[in-house]
Write a protein that binds this ligand. Structure first.
Ligand code: GUN
Length: 281
């Protein structure tokens, strides 16, 4: 079985779109997401285009600010500060990765906490790990919604997360833990990765490398969430981190790439933008 993030996204976006007229009537304007894209990285350009389209579908105002990769760190920080000060901007997203001469941490911590739509600000991350109210990063949030939609029971299950990034691996591990899974985080230095992944009832793979998880690494009946977005070096086609067809034959369910986690990330970004807007009213 394939878990369609696309179908769930369409449904959730339609629900948000339906709520927009009453939001506009009540508050006099719709939520506004500002996205900053530095450089021309094809993956980033494609994500940012997807975000703009989703805003249009939901009825959220979107401003995409594009800057050359040669922008200085100070100029970029200045741009973020301008958006922080703009009362008509509710969410600020700086597309990552940034060029090497720019300190990503500095940029992230300059975004006003109340406009941190990605949930990457250190205070949001701290709040997540202390189980306090916070803005939850979009991809982990989308993964939890997919599991719920697919009727996957998380409580008491063994979850293995492969990858320990700030954007996906670490926060999704915390959300799974909060949902009462027993969580293992595996990574590039894990010894005998296959033995670890074979223990998983729920396997989340967020590595960014094709063919990381093969069918023999999956326990029969497991639910597999593939977060990777890669180009297959042989076919040139978009692919995830898992050998989807082969894994599907062993697993009870897997998310496809494209059409799995990706659309849910963007949908949760819409949800976070609306949440920040409502919270600031
Ligand atoms: N690059 C890859 N994923 C993301 C994301 O969720 N947010 C931002 N800002 N950059 C990313």
């Amino acid at each position: 079985m394939r878990i369609s993030g696309k179908d769930l996204s369409v449904k959730l976006k339609a629900e948000m779109a339906a709520s927009m007229p009453s939001i506009e009537e009540k508050y006099g304007r719709v939520p506004h997401l500002a996205v900053i894209l530095v450089g021309e990285d094809p993956g980033s350009v494609s994500y940012v285009t997807g975000k703009a389209k989703a805003c249009e579908a939901v009825g959220i105002k979107n401003t995409t600010i594009r800057r050359d990769a040669s922008i200085s760190e100070e100029e970029l920080l200045g741009l973020v500060r301008e958006l922080n000060a703009d009362p008509l901007v509710d969410g600020i997203l700086v597309q990552l990765p940034l060029p090497k001469h720019i300190d990503e941490n500095k940029v992230i911590e300059t975004i006003a906490l109340e406009k941190d739509v990605d949930g990457f600000h250190p205070l949001n991350v701290a709040a997540l790990w202390q189980k306090r109210p916070c803005t939850v990063a979009c991809t982990p949030k989308g993964i939890m919604k997919l599991l719920a939609q697919a009727g996957v029971e998380v409580k008491g299950k063994k979850a293995v997360v492969v990858g320990r990034s700030n954007i996906v691996g670490l926060p999704v591990a915390k959300l799974l833990l909060d949902a009462n899974a027993t969580v293992t985080i595996a990574h590039s230095r894990t010894e005998n990765l296959a033995a670890v992944t074979r223990e998983a009832d729920i396997l989340v793979v967020a590595v960014g490398r094709p063919h990381t998880v093969t069918a023999d690494m999956v326990k029969p009946g497991a639910v597999v969430i593939d977060v990777g977005v890669n180009r297959d070096p042989e076919s040139g086609k978009l692919c995830g981190d898992c050998d989807t067809d082969a894994v599907e034959a062993v697993a009870s369910a897997i998310t496809p790439v494209p059409g799995g986690v990706g659309p849910m990330t963007i949908t949760c970004l819409m949800e976070n933008t609306i949440e920040l807007f409502l919270r600031s009213r």
